[in-house]
Design a protein around this ligand. Structure first.
Ligand SMILES: C[S@@+](CC[C@H](N)C(=O)[O-])C[C@H]1O[C@@H](n2cnc3c(N)ncnc32)[C@H](O)[C@@H]1O
Length: 386
């Protein structure tokens, strides 16, 4: 039971990462550059937010007129539904409002909407946000928030990491435009990858490597590396592997990746694994192993296995995605299956201790006569090998 509580607390702790204004701005700018009217006359919903101070709410409220928005809606999750360690103090605007309710402030979510100039300064901006308590706790799965989803044209947020998959499918069942932050691993889920393969979802423009800094609650234990406290005492941590997942167009995904031919890669590659070495063929796919995206040979006509970070550079005009080694049964590309004894043997040969690799859930190379699993690979082909 203690372990269960610990697990739940850890999961919930990972849900409390607050996005910085500059990160939101950079990504939205990529959509606006591609189509300056991308948000015109649209209703934007920002769920799983903290509208009192969220940078998502601030950014879209600030730009309401410039973008020509029709309506901005943002909703928050009730403090009582969050982990107990997340501190809560009602904001001044709420405390001073005659509608302030001591029970609802903790038990209910809130909704903020922006549609008109309420302050009389002839602009629509943050000062014109109108608020009320939601009937429920603001769970995105509730009927109340689902109705808001149905009303919206575009959904933008950094959802709780622990519910990413559920959140994505919640959005998709409403067939909306969206841009949401999640972990790169989300690409590999067997429910998610078909969306990437089918060009129904792609990675955003502004985050493609390294880590990003997120705000965290005051109570967040800063035991990990890469944290910072600013002059006001606000805490930030750096999170690895995050990406924007979206179905909003941006220019970067239409830029072809500059590549060398196979022969030139072998001659000039900066990677020791490629330079002077022939590309290897998998034992269980009719495909070659390409360990780095920039080592994709421009003239190879067959199937290539590339790292998942390839998707940061993926242009659908240049490449066709065929599948993933890990999800191979979905696509029928596998040429061979391994028995459980082969799987055990491969592990033993590598680690010299009993254990099992699921070789069938990976690309496999024969290295010095033994079977070896490679990292997660996406199987691709050039549309027009050069
Ligand atoms: C990763 S944080 C991001 C917050 C904000 N969108 C931002 O980027 O600054 C996710 C938020 O969703 C809230 N949350 C967790 N579970 C939720 C649920 N089932 N429904 C709605 N919100 C939820 C968390 O409490 C947290 O505040």
């Amino acid at each position: 039971m203690a372990n269960e509580n610990l697990g739940a607390a850890k999961k919930a702790k990972n849900d409390e990462f607050y996005t910085q204004y500059a990160d939101i701005e950079k990504e939205m700018n990529a959509y606006l550059e591609y189509n300056p009217d991308v948000f015109r006359d649209k209703t934007i919903l920002l769920p799983c937010d903290d509208p009192e101070w969220s940078n998502f709410t601030k950014y879209f409220a600030q730009n309401f007129d410039t973008f020509g928005l029709k309506k901005l809606i943002s909703t928050s999750y009730a403090p009582n539904s969050k982990p107990k360690t997340v501190p809560y103090q009602p904001a001044l605007f709420e405390l001073e409002d005659e509608r302030f309710d001591e029970v609802k402030t903790k038990a209910n979510g809130k909704i903020f909407t922006l549609t008109r100039d309420t302050s009389g300064d002839k602009r629509i901006d943050v000062d014109d946000l109108e608020w009320s308590y939601l009937d429920g706790d603001g769970d995105f799965r509730s009927e109340e928030v689902t109705k808001l989803r149905d009303e919206a044209d575009v959904i933008i947020t950094n959802p709780p990491f622990s519910l990413f998959r559920e959140f994505l499918f919640w959005i998709l069942s409403g067939s909306k435009r969206f841009s949401i932050i999640g972990n790169m691993n989300a690409i590999t889920y067997k429910e998610t990858f078909p969306l990437i393969k089918g060009n129904e979802m792609w990675l955003g423009m502004s985050i493609s490597s390294g880590d990003r800094e997120f705000g965290v609650p005051d109570s967040y234990p800063l035991e990990s590396a890469g944290w910072r406290v600013d002059d006001s005492g606000a805490k930030f941590i750096r999170v690895k592997g995050v990406r924007w997942f979206t179905n909003i167009e941006h220019g970067k995904r239409h830029l072809p990746l500059p590549l060398m031919t196979k022969a030139d890669n072998i001659k000039f590659s900066k990677h020791k694994e490629v330079k002077g070495v022939e590309y290897q063929t998998y034992d269980n796919y009719d495909a070659i192993e390409v360990p780095f995206t920039d080592a994709i040979p421009s003239d190879y006509e067959g199937i290539m296995g590339v790292p998942i970070s390839f998707l940061d550079k993926y242009s659908p005009e240049q490449f066709l995605i065929l599948g993933m080694c890990e999800n191979e049964d979905l696509y029928g590309l596998k040429t061979k299956r391994y028995s459980s004894s082969e799987c055990k043997e491969a592990y033993l040969a590598k680690f010299n201790k009993p254990g099992t690799y699921d070789l069938n859930a990976s690309g496999v190379l024969v290295l010095e006569g033994r079977l070896e699993k490679v990292y997660q690979r996406i199987l691709i082909r050039h549309r027009r090998p050069a």
